[in-house]
Design a protein around this ligand. Structure first.
Ligand SMILES: [Zn+2]
Length: 150
């Protein structure tokens, strides 16, 4: 049975709040969160932000595989419910922050996104064009050095 939008929204909320509770109740969570307060409100954005701030230790916990699987399921459900399919165009310039070849533009966005999860930078088009200019200048300098030394 296909998952409806309301079901998906409920599941996203319940799953994220489940993981907040699990993180707070785990021995690792009690040790690592110390006096860190749980999210002030039980909303998806607050839970997601709180979990994101705990990722540095969650990724080393025994529950990380189940956590990652749940997040992947939520992401897949959300995309299935979305009434559009985003078009992605990969761009031929390295990210100026992580230096990986992972910049993309998604249809409808007014910015460029780095696809590397640890980076995830968002660049304005102006910043992207600066990155292209910087990358081109470095490539030309490198080629000129190769030509001179050859
Ligand atoms: Zn990056």
């Amino acid at each position: 049975m296909p998952l409806g939008l309301v079901d998906a929204r409920t599941r996203i909320s319940e799953t994220l709040l489940f993981w907040v509770r699990a993180a707070l109740d785990s021995p690792q969570g009690r040790a690592r969160t110390g006096r860190a307060a749980p999210p002030a409100v039980a909303t998806v954005p607050a839970a997601a932000l709180w979990l994101r701030r705990q990722l540095h230790w969650i990724v080393r916990s025994p529950a990380v595989e189940a956590f990652a699987r749940d997040l992947a399921d939520l992401r897949r459900d959300a995309r299935r419910c979305a009434p559009w399919d985003r078009v992605r165009r990969d761009l031929p310039t390295r990210c100026p922050h992580c230096w990986r070849l992972a910049l993309s533009w998604y249809q409808g966005d007014d910015w460029v996104t780095c696809r590397i999860p640890d980076c995830g930078r968002l660049l304005s088009w102006g910043r992207y064009h600066h990155a292209v200019a910087d990358w081109t200048r470095l490539r030309l300098e490198h080629l000129a050095k190769e030509t001179i030394s050859a």
